[in-house]
Write a protein that binds this ligand. Structure first.
Ligand code: IMP
Ligand code: MG
Length: 186
């Protein structure tokens, strides 16, 4: 595996800026859900880092649950409208306040499909919290309640987001220089 420094074009959001913003989001969510039942749903796998840091900044009692989706894309860095649930929730969301925790919203197809499915299960409320919003790429209309950072249309990695499944462990968000990056051999 290549050292990320070989293809890091720039550090878009450093660790300190991430943690500062996540603390703000946690405070805002805590204020919004006082005296309310709250269920955070993390979409695997990219949202994991964000979920664990976010929940440490949420001061109201809450549960967590996980789901996973896979999309049939045009290529590895694109998604189409075709999204399939590969892991469903283990708990019922009926009459509960659900907050979907996502790493990044790009075209919006993934989250739009998840919202549609979860909406049919009659939660009391259903909102989205995304760390990153690549707003200019949006194709599907999705209401996003909490946004960490709006970012330009660049492929990013680190802090949960992968490059061919690697580099999720990095504590910052970096931009890939695709001319310098060589994908691992199959
Ligand atoms: P959407 O359905 O196009 O909104 O795609 C969202 C999913 O695509 C995210 O959950 C990520 O898994 C992936 N994705 C989109 N942009 C990036 C990126 O810049 N880096 C890493 N993954 C990305
Ligand atoms: Mg994802």
């Amino acid at each position: 595996m290549e050292d990320y420094k070989e293809f890091l074009a720039e550090t878009l959001i450093d660790e300190r800026a991430l943690q500062t913003r996540i603390a703000e989001l946690g405070a805002q969510i805590s204020a919004d859900y006082q005296e309310e039942d709250l269920l955070l749903i993390c979409i695997l796998r990219g949202g994991v880092m964000f979920l664990t840091d976010l929940m440490r900044n949420i001061s109201v009692p809450h549960h967590i649950d996980f789901m996973a989706v896979s999309s049939y894309g045009a290529g590895v860095r694109e998604t189409t409208g075709q999204v399939r649930i590969t892991l469903d929730l283990s708990s019922s969301i009926y009459n509960r306040n659900v907050l979907l925790v996502e790493d990044i919203i790009d075209s919006g197809h993934t989250i739009a499909t998840v919202m549609e499915l979860l909406g049919t299960r009659q939660p009391k409320s259903l909102r989205i919290c995304t760390l990153l919003d690549k707003a200019e790429r949006r194709e599907a209309e999705v209401p996003i309640h909490y946004i960490g950072f709006t970012i330009p249309n660049k492929f990013v990695f680190g802090y949960g987001l992968d490059l061919d499944e690697y580099y999720r462990d990095l504590p910052f968000i970096g931009v890939v220089d695709l001319n310098k990056y060589t994908p691992p051999e199959e």
